[in-house]
Ligand binder design. Structure first.
Ligand code: FAD
Ligand code: DHB
Length: 391
């Protein structure tokens, strides 16, 4: 059973679905092939903060109505250490703000839009394999409901996340990978309780990092740094709340409301970049090409900016110019490395690194002190936190 499309998109996470919506806007035919079910994809609780660039792309794709109705614009963000909290006024320092709106909601909006415009998505596709991308006629094979299928395409977009098949299909000698693994994870808990503050609080404490985030005025997302050896089963809700509360600044700790977890999981922290992001007629976008540690909420935003660039490049190609697809990798990587730098730096600033020794701990403390006293330093943080422009 063979079908044909212009762009075969592997993966129905935010990068694949947003790419599909942007290509649809540009009149470019596309099919999304996803190995999991739609419910499984929607059940993954991940990011929660959107940069203006991501909001703009969702608007361009025609998928921002609910985001504007239900998203929470945030003008500032708080850092806490030594029990004191320090606000970084994002809007005053940059003229921009961020939008709190969960990845699950972005994904749901994109799925609904895709269904409404009638572009096909194959869920629960098995044995997805990409072929012939070094020539001019690439194709994808997969098994759907026990039936072997083939999809021919002009291009394949690898939007299949860090563990996907696309990057793994590139010959080893054609790709260079850069990686840093951090010696701890984030234990996250989602609950229907009000946020401890109207803005996010990132905290550095002698017990480790904490982040108080939210999805709405009635739903909170809390994180604590934990050892990689911890298992989520070891953490009862009460144990989580006890530890989280100890790491909150006192005013916020007094406001903490506890409620049963809707989800609880441990995520490892990693920095990773693959270069390049184009291999003939195969492109990598989002987590398929890079990973950032979550500190600073850049993962979802980078996925959006990658596919913003890729959709423009493909639209240029179909208008007759190869310039966009020839420069996609270089342009995307320039932005990716800057987000990698910020996420790496912010991770080092805020977490507890017992192996850094007393000198490392003093340097970290000096950097925090400098940051909260220097408007110039705060401006540099703010400009990265709200997101660099899409050039
Ligand atoms: P994904 O969301 O991973 O989507 C890829 C899709 O491809 C998946 O649906 C997958 O099932 C599918 N797929 C994989 N292999 C195949 C295959 N062989 N065939 C077909 N389909 C395939 N970012 C933040 O900013 N803040 C956070 O708090 C945060 N928390 C995170 C927690 C976890 C556990 C993880 C893994 C990531 C987190 N991120 C966070 C990062 C952010 O969620 C990602 O950057 C974002 O999901 C990237 O989107 P994507 O579409 O590129 O990849
Ligand atoms: C969230 C996650 C982040 O990594 C972050 O920096 C801010 C918010 C969140 O899940 O809400």
């Amino acid at each position: 059973m063979t079908t044909r499309t212009q762009v075969a998109i592997i993966g129905a996470g935010p990068s694949g679905l947003l790419l599909g919506a942007l290509l649809h806007r540009a009149g470019i035919d596309n099919v999304v092939i996803e190995q999991r079910s739609a419910d499984y994809v929607l059940g993954r609780i991940r990011a929660g903060v959107l940069e203006q660039v991501a909001v703009d792309l969702l608007e361009e794709a025609g998928v921002a109505t609910r985001l504007h109705a239900e998203g929470l614009p945030h003008d500032g963000v708080n850092l806490s250490f030594d029990g004191q909290r320090h606000r970084i006024d994002l809007h005053r320092l940059t003229g921009k703000r961020v939008m709190v709106y969960g990845q699950t909601e972005v994904t749901r909006d994109l799925m609904d839009h895709r269904a409404a415009v009638g572009r096909p998505t194959v869920y629960e596709a098995d044995q997805v394999t990409v072929h012939g991308f070094d020539g001019s006629n690439p194709w994808v094979t997969y098994v759907e409901g026990g039936v072997a299928r083939r999809l021919d395409a002009d291009f394949i977009a690898g939007c299949d996340g860090f563990h996907g098949v696309c990057r793994a299909s590139v010959p080893r000698n054609a790709i260079q990978e850069y990686e840093k693994v951090y010696p701890f994870g984030w234990l996250g808990l989602l609950a229907d309780v009000p946020p401890v503050d109207h803005e996010l609080i990132y905290g550095h404490t002698e017990r480790g990092f904490m982040l108080a985030s939210m999805r709405s005025s009635t739903r909170s997302r809390f994180y604590i740094q934990c050892p990689l050896t911890d298992k989520v089963e070891d953490w009862s809700d009460d144990a989580f709340y006890d530890e989280f509360q100890r790491r909150l600044p006192p005013d916020a700790a007094a406001r903490l409301v506890r409620g049963p977890s809707l989800e609880k999981s441990i995520a490892p922290l990693r920095s990773f970049v693959a270069e390049p992001l184009r291999f003939g007629r195969l492109f990598l976008a989002g987590d398929a090409g890079h990973i950032v540690p979550p500190t600073g909420a850049k993962g979802l935003n980078l996925a959006a900016s990658d596919v913003g660039l890729l959709s423009r490049a493909l639209a240029e190609h179909y208008r007759g110019s190869p310039a966009g697809i020839d420069t996609y990798s270089q342009r995307a990587l320039a932005r990716i490395w800057k987000a990698e730098r910020f996420s790496w730096w912010f991770t080092q600033l805020m977490h507890l690194f017992p192996d850094n020794g007393p000198f490392g701990a003093k340097m970290q403390r000096a950097e925090l002190d400098y940051l909260v006293r220097s408007e110039a330093a705060q401006k540099a943080v703010a400009e990265n936190y709200v997101g660099l422009p899409l050039e």
